[in-house]
Write a protein that binds this ligand. Structure first.
Ligand code: AMP
Length: 182
């Protein structure tokens, strides 16, 4: 949990675009938070606060907004950064997994040598909705032998059940603010 005052501040710096990218979706745009120096720093600090002082080898960020937040988090906890990308974007040998989207399937990849067996990893993205993306990422990380310490997201859409889905995989989930609906 974070303080109600901080949750209010963070929520106020996230912009909502109704009906983007399609009707019925309330798009939670974090570019306004990223552009707010104090807000960005506080979000990054808070995201990994429960693991401050723990040994973290790598932070894995999900393309694309997870790269921005994950990079900052990796710096903060003195860990390496590992990108999890859409298929076909990484230049070296990869491991790949299919994951479910709201409508359909997609695939994500990591470099096979990005994480060594037993390394302690925190997964980061901007938002968790249905949890399909994060579930795929957790499975991919475990497939190459990572110990997934936690999954951290600035925004939770609790009605879609994603955070619970990840907790059922025995991965602690940290989120900072919640919004109703999709
Ligand atoms: P999901 O796999 O359903 O948990 O979707 C999570 C991914 O989709 C994240 O990478 C988010 O950036 C993106 N996403 C899903 N819903 C929204 C939303 N309402 N606003 C902004 N991004 C979203």
């Amino acid at each position: 949990m974070i303080s109600p005052a901080l949750e209010f501040d963070l929520k106020s710096s996230i912009r909502t675009i109704p009906d983007y990218p399609k009707p019925g979706i309330m798009f939670r745009d974090i570019t306004t938070l990223l552009g707010d120096a104090r807000g960005f720093r506080r979000a990054v600090d808070e995201l990994v606060q429960p693991w401050a002082g723990s040994k973290i080898d790598k932070v894995a960020g999900i393309e694309a907004r997870g790269f921005i937040i994950g990079g900052a988090v990796a710096h903060q906890v003195s860990a390496g950064f590992v990108p999890i990308r859409k298929k076909g974007k990484l230049p070296h040998t990869t491991v790949r997994i299919a994951y479910s989207l709201e409508y359909g399937l997609d695939e994500m990849e990591m470099h096979e040598d990005a994480i060594s067996k037993g390394e302690r990893v925190i997964l980061v993205d901007d938002l968790i909705a249905t949890g399909g993306t994060a579930e795929g990422a957790v499975k991919l990380l475990r497939q190459i032998g990572a110990e997934v310490l936690a999954a951290c997201f600035i925004i939770d859409l609790p009605e879609l059940g994603g955070a619970d889905k990840i907790r059922k995989l025995d991965v602690p989930v940290r989120t900072l603010v919640s919004f109703e609906g999709h």
